[in-house]
Write a protein that binds this ligand. Structure first.
Ligand code: AMP
Length: 195
């Protein structure tokens, strides 16, 4: 199994690039943000619990997200998945440790962490722009966007250090054309994906 974490702040282009990488390398895309929005749409108890955090730009509690992710991994493997691109997960060191344990149970691991870097002013502009069409409450105003970036800096950035300790991180400039960034991401995978 090939497992890749696509890492980076909100608005760095993880969703766009994850979709392309999954097509290219025949992997399953797991976006915890998308899974949570699906739960909200279906008005499940998990969705109702998560919504109050998400609408305010705060991370959903680890136990909620980790449980949801575990079920999704199991269902995808049963469906024949060959590996995953994780987008928006892990967002805390506890989540990263939980992911290692979940994958260990499948005799698998995280092969590579691709870290998309984008400076903060550019992120705010991108998210405000996206908010005009995304319909997402958390993209709509600058204060919520700043809260999300604060959450990222405080709780999520340490995850990069966690994986740096395992020598798995490749930093990629997330500013530029979508295709150019996709090429840079794909190139970074050549040592773990045979051509
Ligand atoms: P995203 O679509 O990845 O930008 O996520 C939108 C929101 O969903 C975040 O601001 C969090 O409130 C929540 N969320 C998504 N993934 C996670 C995660 N791994 N851990 C905690 N909260 C998450």
């Amino acid at each position: 199994m090939l497992n890749i974490v696509l890492f980076g702040p909100p608005g760095s282009g993880k969703g766009t690039q994850a979709t392309k990488l999954c097509e290219q390398f025949n992997l399953t895309h797991i976006s915890t943000g998308d899974l949570l929005r699906e739960e909200i749409k279906n008005e499940t108890p998990l969705g109702l619990e998560a919504q109050k955090f998400m609408d305010n730009g705060i991370l959903v509690p680890d136990e909620v997200v980790i449980g949801m992710l575990g079920s999704k991994i199991d269902a995808s493997i049963e469906g024949g998945s060959q590996g995953f691109i994780f987008d928006g997960f892990p967002r805390t060191v506890d989540q990263a440790e939980a992911l290692d344990k979940l994958l260990e149970l499948k005799e698998a691991n995280v092969g590579k962490v691709l870290f998309l870097t984008v400076d903060e002013d550019e992120l705010v502009n991108r998210l405000l722009e996206r908010g005009k069409t995304s319909g997402r409450a958390d993209d709509q105003n600058e204060e919520k966007i700043r809260t999300r970036l604060q959450e990222y800096n405080n709780k999520t950035l340490p995850v990069a250090e966690y994986y740096e300790g395992q020598n798995k991180v490749n930093k990629i400039d997330g500013v530029g054309g979508i295709e150019d960034i996709f090429c840079a991401l794909s190139d970074a995978l050549t040592d773990i994906i045979p051509a």
